[in-house]
Design a protein around this ligand. Structure first.
Ligand code: K1U
Ligand code: ZN
Length: 169
């Protein structure tokens, strides 16, 4: 396993649409292992492959309490097959837009289909922070960041703040 660098705005790769995965094999599982290690180290609760510069439709997530046992989840080629009309707000953050948090409104419940670490098809419903996080991560697969859901003024301020912090580092 290896720690990978997390890309931050305004890296153009973050705006790219990720490609579907053909097969879940040991090479892909090695990528998912690296992603999970990188996510835990950041620390974060989710990570899309494109955030480490690999534009494939792969996501890792762990919503378990930090002090408890790890409960990693792996999503390959995820699809939302149903979304509720009811929406809910949530204060989101993003490892690619460090130290910026703002409220985004998304469907409160979704039903998703994906391949897991073994390449098996899973279909399940998500709500609460699970629904928020999977929608946030699936946006990454289409080159969309949570700041794209905010006003242009807030988005431009966020990017400028991240750029300034990088220059100062
Ligand atoms: O960059 C990412 O996509 C990961 C992002 C996921 C996310 C967070 C909040 C709402 C929607 C999606 C993060 O993990 S940001 C860091 C974070 O939320 C966190 C970090 C440590 C402990 C608990 C939360
Ligand atoms: Zn993100």
């Amino acid at each position: 396993m290896a720690l990978r660098e997390i890309l931050t705005v305004p890296d153009p790769l973050l705006k790219q649409k990720s490609a579907a995965v053909e097969v879940v094999d040991d090479g892909l599982r090695a990528l998912m292992d690296d992603m999970l290690e990188t996510m835990y180290a950041a620390p974060g609760i989710g990570l899309a492959a494109v955030q480490i510069g690999v534009p494939k439709r792969v996501i890792v997530m762990d919503l378990s309490p930090r002090e408890g046992e790890q409960e990693p989840k792996y999503f390959v080629n995820p699809e939302i097959v149903w979304a509720s009309e009811e929406t809910a707000p949530y204060e989101e953050g993003c490892l690619s837009v460090p130290d910026i948090y703002d409220e985004v409104e998304r469907p409160a419940k979704v039903r998703l289909r994906y391949l897991n670490y073994q390449g098996e098809t899973i279909e399940e419903e998500a709500e609460g922070v699970y629904a928020v996080c999977i929608q946030h991560e699936m946006d990454h697969l289409d080159g969309v960041l949570f700041i794209d859901h905010l006003s242009r003024l807030k988005r431009e301020r966020a990017v400028a703040k991240v750029k300034k912090a990088k220059q100062a580092a």
